[in-house]
Design a protein around this ligand. Structure first.
Ligand code: R5P
Length: 312
């Protein structure tokens, strides 16, 4: 079933790549800001017919915060066009037949996913709240390498959790030739072991304790990495602290070269510079635009869209 891929003010390159993977057309929706920074979105005239003709995969981020609101407004506008609801129109109401379900939200990087539970009384469970809000405004979600799947486990709207680990494995195998894969904490064990298995090399993990947003500690562990090229695989790199500490442990135990790979390259607060002092290479998907993006997230997202199509 052919549809279209749509995007707003960000994610254009990834949306185009996804469209190419699916063999669909990409349409740019209008999304801009008023002088006071409030957002404005619109489905342009030339997009009305394509939006109503088949499934629509909206590629839209949830990072930074302003993208969350844009995503919700775009979903609202697309949903109204598909439902034929043009009430409140200044020059007189219009209505068209409802074209039915088929509006999918494709989230390359799901922000707030680390707040999937309450760590202290009174906290917002931001990830769950966001996920359910999005789910209430679309017919299906595709989320790439979500930090904690628990955030979406109770949703009644179909959710396809997809992963770029197979593409990351292929990239590492051809460009880095690692002979050992390390997960820098227990949370990334499943992802990193998938990469190790795909490449056919040994794997291990570290136990991490986060002291604060900028400080982490690893429990000492003997790793059989003497003379090895090691790739550390994680779902995201933010400050780079986790990777830097893991790399120190590996180099102290004789690793010849250390590389860092992740799906989501946030690289906040000088992370790229910090990492350049600790690892020989940084490898990331383009789920977020970043200067180390060398793996396409589009194939994984396309797998998710195709899986959703089978459910409507
Ligand atoms: C947390 O468990 C994540 O998987 C990452 O390990 C973490 O968010 C990386 O953050 P940073 O780069 O700031 O250490």
């Amino acid at each position: 079933m052919a549809g279209i891929v749509a995007s707003g003010s960000g994610d254009t390159a990834l949306a185009e790549a996804l469209a190419k993977e699916l063999g669909w057309e990409h349409f740019q929706l209008e999304a801009r800001r008023f002088p006071d920074t409030e957002g404005y979105v619109r489905v342009p005239d030339h997009c009305i017919e394509p939006v109503r003709s088949g499934p629509v995969a909206l590629v839209s981020a949830t990072f930074p915060d302003s993208a969350i609101l844009e995503t919700l407004f775009l979903l609202h506008a697309l949903d109204d066009v598909r439902k034929g609801n043009m009430s409140s129109l200044k020059n007189g109401e219009q209505s068209l037949p409802d074209v039915g379900p088929g509006l999918f939200l494709i989230i390359p990087y799901f922000g707030y996913s680390r707040q999937d539970k309450r760590f202290m009384v009174g906290e917002a469970v931001s990830a769950r709240f966001l996920a359910s809000t999005f789910a209430n405004h679309c017919d299906g979600l595709v989320i790439l390498d979500i930090h904690a799947p628990a955030a979406v486990e109770d949703l009644t709207t179909p959710v396809e959790l997809v992963s770029s680990m197979s593409e990351i494995a292929l990239h590492l195998q051809t460009k880095v030739h690692p002979d050992f894969i390390l997960s820098p904490d227990k949370g990334a064990v499943e992802r990193a072991s998938e990469v190790a298995q795909a490449i056919g090399v040994p794997f291990s993990y570290l136990e991490k304790k986060r002291i604060d947003a900028h400080t982490i500690e690893h429990s000492p562990k003997d790793l059989d990495v003497d003379g090895c090229i090691v790739a550390i695989v994680d779902d995201m790199i933010s400050t780079g602290g986790t990777i830097c500490r893991a790399s120190e442990a590996l180099l102290n135990q004789g690793a010849k070269e250390v590389h860092a790979a992740c799906t989501h390259g946030l690289f906040t607060g000088g992370a790229i510079h910090r990492l350049s002092n600790h690892v020989s290479g940084v490898h990331s998907t383009d789920s977020l635009p970043n200067p180390r993006a060398n793996v396409s997230a589009a194939p994984a997202l396309a797998r998710g869209v195709n899986a959703l199509l089978e459910q409507i």
